[in-house]
Design a protein around this ligand. Structure first.
Ligand code: 87F
Length: 511
C-alpha cells in the first residue's frame, strides 16, 4: 500500500449564501469510517489529528507533539512509580558488537532477521559491522556481571528510556508496528527468585494502570504460554488488549522473569552471606509507544481521535463564538479568563483565538484531535455569565455558570475518563465467547471474537492449532492465560485435543 497515499484530507470550500465573497476554508475531514475500512480510518486519524507524519522510510514515522505529549504524560506516571520501587535511571549505548549480540545465540536466533546493522562510516567499510539495539540484554548484562560482586550489590535495578530498532517486514502501522519505537526497558537483578517473582507482578500492575487508568483501555493480566513467552526467560506475563473492529488481540506490555538463564550466559554471580558464589535472578520488562496506537484504535470514532482526559495534552479547548455585532473584546476576555482559571486549577486548557478560522471549523479540528471538552463562549453566554461545555465522547452540551467552572469541568473530565473505560470494556466484553469444542472455536474465530477456551496447556497442541488455522488473516494462538480464572469443573476437556483441560486461556488472532 502506498503509505503517502493514505495522507488524505478533504478540502472543502464553503459558500456563504447571500454574501458577495466566497469564504474559502480548508476543512480537515475524515474520508473513511471506522466500521467500513478500519485500516484506512486508523491511518487517517493518526495523521489528521497531527500525531503522526509519514516518513520516506517505510515503517518509520514522525511523532509530532500531539503524540509526544501523550508519551510524556505516560512516562511521568510510570517513572514516578518505578522510582518508588527504587529503580535507577541508566543510559546504555545504541550500538552493540556482533560478538556480544551473538552471545545470546539461542534466543536471538528467531529475531536475527530483524536486527539492523551499521556497516560503513562515510565511504569506508567498518572493521566489523555494528548492530543497532533491538533490546538491550546483550548491551547491559556484561556490565551487570562486572558491577555485581557481593550480595551487597543487590538488588540492581536499572531502567532506561530509549529507542530501539526492529526491522519488521510485515505490514508496518504507526505506533502498532514500527521499525523504530520508543520504550522503557527495565532490567533488574536479585539474589532470590522470590524477590524477582514479586517484582514481575508489581510491574505488571503498573502496566495495567497505564492502560486502564490512563489510556482507558481494558486489559487482561495473564501468563504467556511456553510457545509465546520470551524464549530467553523463565516465564512471561503480559497485559493483553483487544481490538473489536479487527477481532485481534494485542499485547500491551510484558513483564518477564528471566530466571537464571542470562546469569549463566553472562556469568552474573555474587557472593552470598555465607561466602558462597551464587547465580542471580533477573527480570526484564517493557512498554512502548504501541500503547498510544491501542488507545487510538479503542476510542477513536468517525470524527477522529477521542482522548482520555488523563493523557490529553489539551483537556479543554476554549473557543470564542462572536457573531453579528457581539462584544468581541468582552468575549475574548471571558475566554482568556476561563483558560487562566482552569490552568490555575491544574487543568490543561487552551484558547483557540485564531482569527482566520470560523468557530465551526475550529470545532471540527479539535474534535479531530480528540480534545475531551470544548467550551464555547458567545454573546448570550457573556450576558448570562455562563459557558457552554460540549463533550467529545457523546456530544452532550451543558450551560454552566462561570463561577462553577473549575468544579464542573473536574466532574465532567472524571466522568469522561470513566465513561471511556466503561464503554470500551462493554465492547470488549461483548466480544468474549467461552467455547468448548473445535467447531465453536472456528466459528468464534471467524466471528472476530476473543475466545476463552479450556486448554490442556501442551505446546504441541498450540502448534497444531496454529497450523490448522493458518490463512490469509494469520493463525490463531494463545494470547494469555488470564490470572482471573473462571471455574474449571473436573472432567472439562481441551477444545483442541480432547485431553483433560488444565486452564482457561484466551485465544485469537493478534497483532
Ligand atoms: C528482535 C530482534 C532481536 C524481541 C527482538 O520483552 C532481539 C529481540 O530479544 C528480542 N525482539 N526480543 C525479546 C525482548 C525481550 C525483553 N527485552 C527487554 C522484553 C522486555 C524488555
Amino acid at each position: 500500500v502506498d503509505q503517502q497515499g493514505r495522507r488524505r484530507s478533504l478540502f472543502l470550500g464553503s459558500w456563504i449564501a447571500g454574501k458577495k465573497e466566497v469564504k474559502k476554508e480548508t476543512k480537515l475531514g475524515m474520508a473513511y469510517k471506522k466500521d467500513d475500512n478500519f485500516g484506512e480510518w486508523y491511518s487517517e486519524v493518526v495523521v489528521n489529528s497531527e500525531m503522526i507524519e509519514y516518513y520516506d522510510i517505510s515503517g518509520c514515522y514522525i511523532l509530532r507533539p500531539w503524540a509526544m505529549e501523550i508519551w510524556e504524560l505516560l512516562k511521568e506516571f510510570f517513572d514516578a512509580e518505578i522510582k518508588k520501587l527504587k529503580l535507577k535511571p541508566y543510559y546504555f549505548p545504541l550500538f552493540v558488537t556482533e560478538n556480544v549480540l551473538q552471545k545470546e545465540k539461542d534466543h536471538i536466533e528467531g529475531f536475527a532477521p530483524e536486527v539492523a546493522w551499521v556497516t560503513k562510516s562515510g565511504k569506508s567499510d567498518l572493521e566489523a559491522p555494528i548492530a543497532i539495539r533491538p533490546t538491550s540484554e546483550t548491551v547491559m548484562y556484561p556490565y551487570f556481571s562486572k558491577w555485581i560482586r557481593s550480595h551487597r550489590d543487590l538488588p540492581l535495578k536499572c531502567n532506561q528510556w530509549c529507542n530501539v530498532v526492529r526491522w519488521e517486514f510485515s505490514n508496518p502501522t504507526p505506533f502498532i508496528r514500527s521499525r523504530e519505537f520508543l520504550w522503557q526497558e527495565g532490567h533488574t537483578v536479585f539474589a532470590t527468585k522470590e524477590e524477582a517473582d514479586e517484582e514481575v507482578l508489581q510491574i505488571l500492575e503498573l502496566y495495567r494502570r497505564i492502560y486502564e487508568e490512563f489510556l482507558a483501555v481494558p486489559v487482561s493480566k495473564g501468563r504467556k504460554s511456553e510457545m509465546e513467552k520470551f524464549a530467553g526467560g523463565l516465564y512471561t506475563t503480559s497485559v493483553e488488549a483487544f481490538i473489536p473492529n479487527t477481532g485481534r488481540g494485542i499485547q500491551g506490555a510484558t513483564s518477564h522473569c528471566l530466571g537464571q538463564n542470562f546469569a549463566k550466559m553472562f556469568d552474573i554471580t555474587f557472593e552470598n552471606e555465607k561466602g558462597e558464589r551464587s547465580m542471580v535472578w533477573q527480570n526484564s520488562w517493557a512498554y512502548t509507544t504501541r500503547s498510544i496506537g491501542v488507545m487510538v484504535m479503542t476510542h477513536g470514532d468517525d470524527k477522529g481521535l477521542v482522548l482520555p482526559p488523563k493523557v490529553a495534552p489539551i483537556q479543554v479547548i476554549v473557543i470564542p463564538v462572536p457573531f453579528k455585532d457581539a462584544d468581541t473584546t468582552g468575549i475574548k476576555g471571558a475566554c482568556e479568563s476561563a483558560v487562566y482559571t482552569l490552568n490555575q486549577a491544574g487543568i490543561r486548557a487552551d484558547l483557540d483565538a485564531r482569527e482566520n478560522y470560523s468557530p465551526g471549523w475550529k470545532y471540527s479540528q479539535w474534535e479531530m484531535k480528540g480534545v475531551p471538552l470544548r467550551i464555547e463562549i458567545g454573546p448570550k453566554d457573556l450576558a448570562n455569565k455562563q459557558v457552554r461545555i460540549v463533550r467529545r465522547d457523546n456530544g452532550t452540551k451543558v450551560d454552566i455558570p462561570s463561577t462553577d467552572l473549575v468544579e464542573q469541568v473536574r466532574v465532567l473530565l472524571d466522568g469522561f475518563q470513566a465513561n471511556l473505560l466503561e464503554t470500551a470494556k462493554a465492547k470488549r466484553d461483548a466480544c468474549i465467547v467461552i467455547i468448548s469444542t473445535w467447531d465453536e472455536f472456528i466459528a468464534a474465530l471467524n466471528d472476530k471474537k476473543l475466545i476463552l477456551a479450556p486448554w490442556c496447556d501442551e505446546e504441541e497442541v498450540e502448534k497444531d492449532v496454529k497450523a490448522r488455522t493458518k490463512g490469509e488473516l494469520g493463525a490463531a494462538k494463545t494470547l494469555c492465560t488470564p490470572f482471573d480464572q473462571p471455574d474449571l469443573p473436573s472432567g472439562t476437556v481441551c477444545f483442541a485435543s480432547g485431553k483433560p483441560a488444565q486452564k482457561w486461556s484466551f485465544w485469537g488472532r493478534s497483532y
